[in-house]
Ligand binder design. Structure first.
Ligand SMILES: Nc1ncnc2c1ncn2[C@@H]1O[C@H](COP(=O)(O)OP(=O)(O)OP(=O)(O)O)[C@@H](O)[C@H]1O
Length: 358
């Protein structure tokens, strides 16, 4: 039996010669929160639009609640969609926007029932007291909540969110993240969320789906994707790894940092050595590093709230990032334009290569 809320089977979508989605297959269960992560143009929005029914795929099938909906028009699918720009009706009040789908659709509900459901959703998204305001009299974050409440009043089992937090400032974004998760848990809705931000994808998703050039290149929990990126591209999109080119041969990786034994490696079409930013250590340039080491010049630090990011530049121009979590104690300070020796424990590196063991 098909217990998934939605399932994609080999979906391909082309725009002329461009393959926007290439044989994408994916399944989501009830009450899951899925994030799509990928660089600009990787097909995230296209995937969302195919599920919603705004785009018809050239190949493959789309199932929703066990039913093949590939040829069903968007408005008959019962799938909620929150647009990037919220797409609210500017001349309507908050409550009129929230109740719009029920008032103008085929709900058959009485005006009193529509009002009750709209008020319930307005409360859920934390906008009680603002029902009568025009949507031009509320903030960006509040408009985002109106858009969400408008979708939720229709009681969809699946809600698609296209970069819903992109228009919000950092503070509001992190509050909305928490609220979206809470709403999901209260209503038992499956959310699919498109984001270009690796932080958001890792923070919000029960599962993260990584896209690149129209292909799904990895699906896993945030922990799995973070700890075991499937390819150098995934490691690159996560924006948490220093990546070094080189050569994997006979169980050793030869790179700019020397020749290092590689106990485990991941099969890939190219040889890349990845070290997480928070695994890097800086020693005085005269120190004798026992393992891999690169001489690099300190460029700048950036305070990120819970951690400090330090930027170094190697002699070949490669920028190397080193993160220090402030929970681990006071960060090291570095002298501008001074050289340091950057090193790490090779056990903690992730190595990709053509001759890899798996
Ligand atoms: N209507 C369209 N006509 C032609 N090409 C399109 C159309 N919509 C999208 N594309 C192309 O399809 C590819 C995938 O686009 P899509 O919008 O899905 O990417 P995305 O991952 O959502 O990107 P972003 O993060 O920039 O929004 C891109 O190369 C884009 O230019």
């Amino acid at each position: 039996m098909d217990t998934s809320v939605f399932r994609l089977d080999g979906v391909t979508k082309r725009y002329g010669d461009l393959v926007a989605l290439d044989n994408a297959s994916l399944e989501a269960g009830a009450n899951e929160y899925i994030s799509f992560l990928g660089p600009s143009g990787s097909g995230k929005t296209t995937l969302l639009r195919v599920i919603a029914g705004f785009e018809a795929p050239e190949a493959g099938r789309v199932f929703f609640n066990g039913r093949d909906i590939t040829n069903l028009p968007a408005h008959e699918r019962g799938i909620g969609f929150v647009f990037q720009n919220f797409a609210l009706f500017p001349h309507l009040t908050v409550i009129q926007n929230v109740g719009f789908g029920l008032t103008h659709g085929k709900s058959g509900l009485s005006a009193a029932e529509i009002e009750r459901r709209s008020l319930e959703m307005i409360e859920l998204v934390g906008l009680s007291g603002m029902e009568g305001r025009g949507v031009d009299q509320i903030s960006g974050g509040q408009r985002q909540r109106v858009a969400l409440a408008r979708t939720l009043t229709m009681h969809p089992k699946l809600v698609l969110l296209d970069e819903p937090l992109g228009a919000l400032d950092a503070n509001l974004r992190s509050r909305m993240r928490t609220e979206l998760r809470a709403i999901r848990e209260r209503l038992g809705v499956t959310f699919v969320h498109v984001t270009g931000s690796e932080n958001e994808a890792l923070a919000m998703g029960d599962r993260v789906v990584v896209l690149d050039r129209g292909r799904i290149i990895q699906t896993g929990t945030p922990g799995e994707v973070y700890d075991s990126p499937a390819s150098p591209d995934v490691a690159h999109f996560l924006n948490r790894f220093n990546l070094f080119d080189g050569n994997l041969s006979g169980g050793r990786f030869n790179g700019v940092f020397g020749s290092v034994p590689v106990p485990r490696s991941v099969r890939s079409d190219r040889d890349v050595y990845a070290v997480r930013y928070d695994r890097m250590r800086a020693l005085p340039v005269s120190a004798d590093a026992a393992g891999p080491a690169i001489k690099a010049r300190f460029v700048a630090s950036e305070y990120l709230g819970s951690s400090m990011m330090n930027f170094f530049e190697a002699e070949d121009g490669h920028v190397i990032e080193m993160e220090h979590h402030l929970s681990l104690g006071t960060p090291q300070t570095f002298e501008a334009r001074q050289d340091y020796l950057l090193t790490w424990n090779p056990e903690q590196a992730i190595v990709f290569g053509r001759e890899a063991s798996r």
